[in-house]
Design a binder for this molecule. Structure first.
Ligand SMILES: Cc1cc2nc3c(=O)[nH]c(=O)nc-3n(C[C@H](O)[C@H](O)[C@H](O)COP(=O)(O)O)c2cc1C
Length: 477
């Protein structure tokens, strides 16, 4: 049996990073509590139970990955590290996982926890589950936020897991909003080009690792092996008899059905990861659900986007930073000391820290970092390159470097016509093409006269230690 959400919950209970809220309303209250709690740097996971209109046990979990310790525990990293330490451990793990994929293909089983309850035909009712209406201006209830959409390439047979939002339209129909060119979009589009419905499975609750893999730019066709590599043993799957797709055997809830080529419904608006309702409401794909599997006392895994620091922005910042750093290494950019895609920018603000080694080094690092779409997120806005005396994970230090080392005339480059999406709030809709300008801000000391650059004020670390020992208590340090 694969490790599942219930195993994960036990571990999180042991480190006392979960709280239960009873009696919240699925309409706005679950979303509001998630938002208010998630604004803090470290917030507990929240299990919502006894939700208004629903029987006890039909639950929603949010904030699962909103603390460095829980992310570390989930990814199998040491739990006592700061953000920079976590990124570095993750970089090593990525290498290990990538090289062991062929050793841990998914394991096919006949039944699993998810087959405890099955609904077909008229018995299907998606609102049997406490699907939240997350934000007040959302156009409906969104069942898929911490979920994965499972699709197959009709030509190669490659299976993909991707997190693309899912609105519950009615008892047996969901929406599906996927940006063009993402793996799931390409798979479904291939069926539609042939005039055929595309098979789709939606896993709505599962171990948070499944969400990590679904929302990261993992190469096509290896998501289940990736999960196996991360868990250290093959991931259990069941072949769904409606679509033939492999579904997680120990998931909480799985919906399977078809995305027809000739039908759409109005989807959205939905509060998106940029903190806006930028893509509005449009006609979009649907999934006609033919089978629902769920465990006893099922749990919806929620990870709604929001404005600024939220669960999604935190854990995806970690994976994106590790991936971008590894890509810079692969590209041969030397002396990269760290990368952090600050949570506040939701992937639109990347800081690269280098030890300047030659003229043009900062520009090279900035250009490469800007072009990597490692997060699978095609909106990029700013890359700031800083020297290695700057704490690149601290926005105050980064802004100080920008204000004191960057000459806007010569150290800001604009890359026009970069790839973007309808989710970009800065693009006026409707647009003929979703492209936007990206900027590289070189906030490093000018290489040509780096040795003459004024000394920065510093306090000797030995003196800091001495005074802290002597007077720290008085200062509340
Ligand atoms: C909570 C959440 C919601 C997301 N919603 C969408 C979405 O609606 N559409 C989309 O294209 N990408 C969305 N993403 C980003 C994708 O999951 C991400 O780009 C991922 O890499 C896609 O998988 P793929 O690379 O296999 O296509 C979302 C991510 C998260 C965590």
């Amino acid at each position: 049996m694969s490790e599942d959400l219930r195993d994960w919950l036990e571990k999180v209970q042991k480190i006392e990073e979960i709280t239960t809220i009873e009696g919240a309303d699925w309409e706005w209250e679950i979303g509001a509590i998630t938002d208010v709690s998630g604004k803090r740097d470290i917030a507990p996971a929240i299990m919502f139970d006894k939700i208004k209109d629903y029987p006890p046990g039909f639950r929603v979990l949010s904030g699962s990955l909103l603390s460095p310790r829980r992310v570390a525990l989930t990814l199998g990293l040491p739990t006592d590290q700061d953000t920079a330490g976590l990124v570095n451990s993750l970089r090593e793990k990525l290498h290990q996982w990538e090289t062991s994929l062929d050793k841990v293909p998914p394991r096919k089983v006949k039944t699993g926890a998810v087959t405890e309850n099955i609904r077909t035909g008229k018995k299907i009712n998606l609102f049997e589950f406490p699907v939240p209406k997350w934000h007040e201006k959302d156009g409906g209830r969104f069942i898929g936020t911490g979920h994965v959409v499972i699709t197959r390439d009709p030509d190669t047979g490659a299976v993909n897991l991707g997190t693309y939002r899912v609105q519950a339209h009615d008892a047996n129909t969901t929406g599906l909003h996927i940006s063009h060119a993402k793996h799931g979009w390409m798979h479904i589009n291939k069926y539609h080009e042939r005039g055929q419905p595309a098979p789709v499975a939606l896993s709505i609750g599962h171990h948070p690792l499944v969400l990590c893999v679904g929302s990261a730019a993992v190469p096509e066709g290896v998501d289940y092996s990736y999960l196996g590599a991360m868990m250290g043993k093959p991931f259990d799957i069941i072949e769904d008899d409606v679509t033939g797709l492999p579904i997680p055997a120990d998931a909480e809830i799985v919906l399977t059905g078809w995305c027809p080529p000739d039908k759409t419904r109005t989807e959205g608006p939905f509060g998106e990861f940029t903190g806006y309702y930028a893509s509005g409401a449009r006609e979009d794909w649907i999934v006609e659900v033919e089978k629902v599997y769920f465990r006893n006392n099922p749990i919806i895994l929620g990870a709604p986007p929001g404005r600024g620091h939220m669960e999604y922005s935190y854990y995806s910042a970690l994976t994106a930073s590790a991936m971008i750093h590894n890509e810079l290494d692969k590209a041969g950019v030397v002396n990269v000391k760290g990368v952090w895609t600050h949570e506040i920018g939701g992937g639109l603000f990347i800081v690269v820290c280098i030890k300047q080694t030659y003229g043009g080094h900062a520009k090279e690092a900035g250009l490469y970092a800007l072009q990597f779409t490692s997060k699978g997120n095609v909106i990029r806005r700013f890359v700031v390159v800083v020297d290695d005396d700057i704490d690149y994970t601290d926005l105050r230090d980064v802004v100080w470097a920008m204000c004191t080392r960057c000459d806007p005339e010569t150290q800001i480059d604009l890359i026009r016509g970069g790839r973007s999406t309808p989710l970009d709030p800065r693009i006026r809709k409707p647009a003929a093409s979703y492209v936007a300008t990206r900027a590289i801000i070189d906030a490093c000391k000018p290489w040509a006269w780096i040795n003459e650059f004024p000394d920065a004020i510093t306090v000797n670390p030995d003196t800091v230690k001495k005074v802290t020992t002597k007077w720290g208590a008085k200062l509340g340090l």
